[in-house]
Design a protein around this ligand. Structure first.
Ligand code: PEP
Length: 254
């Protein structure tokens, strides 16, 4: 059975004090269930603090970005070696905010995924269309191209260690959510794209939905056949919302 993953993307939010309070609630309430992975992705400056506070709690640590380079004169960047050094296991890559605000191309994202895999960390590869692209009927082709750029770079075997997050750009941080049917259509297409290369890897691949997922809409999204968890922004900053989504994810495995 595929892993169900609930990942919190805290984006550029929090202070050491608010993060401490949030983590106290999360570590006290997160369910321990076989096959369920929960993780939090704090701002980079707080990764070590979060790792320390997590201790042996069943919550993994993820970063929101990383450089594809190993070291050098790259002011403001951090490397995979550094993430590994502080106990980080996952890296969100290709988030739409990285693609649109920081101009990361499909090729940049593919380089970062390749470097992350080479370092033994798990990339959470984000893909998704803008509203204009959806309205133009380009969603499936656009998402397929975003995935293909990585497939061409690393090969299908490496997707055994990749998590994909389908995040329609128009649903991120907007309060708009893809309907379960809209999301399922894209998730199924992603799995079919991978299955053309390797059916077993496609079957085992965890594909998360992201885009205003919250405690109220998680159940219907996670009930979809090809939705294996969530990448959660705003709702992951509220302990009760995040823990409810974890509980819903637990139910969805039954
Ligand atoms: C995200 O940032 O990945 C995200 C899905 O944000 P939100 O849940 O706030 O839409």
């Amino acid at each position: 059975m595929r892993k169900t993953i609930v990942a919190g993307n805290w984006k550029m939010n929090g202070t050491s004090k608010s993060i401490k309070t949030l983590l106290e609630s999360l570590t006290a309430g997160v369910p321990v269930v076989e096959g369920l992975v929960t993780l939090v992705c704090p701002p980079a400056v707080y990764l070590s603090q979060v790792k320390q506070q997590l201790g042996s709690a069943p919550i993994a640590l993820g970063a929101q970005n990383v450089s594809a380079q190993s070291a050098g004169a790259l002011t403001g960047e951090w490397s995979l070696e550094m993430l590994e050094d502080i106990g980080c296991e996952y890296v969100i890559l290709g988030h739409s905010e990285r693609r649109s605000i920081f101009a990361e191309s499909n090729a940049d994202v593919a380089d970062k995924v390749a470097a992350t895999l080479a370092a033994g960390l798990i990339p959470i590869l984000c893909v998704g269309e803008t509203l204009e692209q959806r309205n133009a009927g380009e969603t499936l082709a656009l998402v397929a191209a975003q995935i293909d750029a990585v497939l061409q770079r690393v090969g299908v075997e490496d997707f055994a260690s990749v998590v994909i997050a389908y995040e329609p750009v128009w649903a991120i941080g907007t309060g708009l959510t893809a309907t379960p049917e809209q999301a399922q259509e894209v998730h199924a297409a992603i799995r079919a794209q991978l299955a053309e290369c390797d059916a077993d890897i496609a079957d085992q691949l965890s594909i998360l939905y992201g885009g205003s997922m919250n405690a109220g809409n998680a159940a219907e999204l996670l009930a979809q056949q090809d939705i294996d968890g969530g990448l959660i922004g705003g709702a992951s900053l509220k302990a009760d919302e995040f823990l409810t989504i974890c509980a819903v994810a637990t139910e969805s495995r039954k």
